[in-house]
Ligand binder design. Structure first.
Ligand SMILES: [Zn+2]
Length: 112
């Protein structure tokens, strides 16, 4: 008996440390603590170090910074100003991703 397709029971679940939601549509962004004890955005998700996941929702980033939940997740006593700048600036790029409606709703096509 050989089972070629053996599914691992352990499924890596990514949970936002802010709103604690899992399986976000756009995926979660990984924040990693570097060996120097600094905070970095890990786009690839392959960097070594303790990491924390957050939604692509900028409000989650703001909340995580305010409640220091990100610090505890990364096992950091405190953030430096540069760390905060890294995170807040990244959160701003997430805000820009959101589509802006310019109030132009003239005609709607009813396609089925
Ligand atoms: Zn979230």
């Amino acid at each position: 008996m050989t089972s070629s397709h053996q599914r691992p029971k352990h499924i890596p679940t990514r949970m936002c440390i802010s709103c604690r939601s899992t399986g976000a549509k756009r995926g979660l962004v990984r924040v990693v603590r570097t060996a120097e004890g600094r905070v970095a955005i890990d786009i690839t998700g392959k960097r070594n170090g303790r990491g924390a996941y957050l939604c692509s929702n900028p409000s989650c980033w703001t909340t995580a910074l305010e409640r220091t939940s990100m610090q505890s997740a990364l096992r950091l006593s405190t953030f430096t100003e540069e760390d905060r700048a890294t995170l807040t600036s990244f959160a701003r790029t997430l805000t820009l991703e959101q589509p802006m409606t310019s109030g132009d709703v003239s005609t709607r096509q009813h396609g089925g």
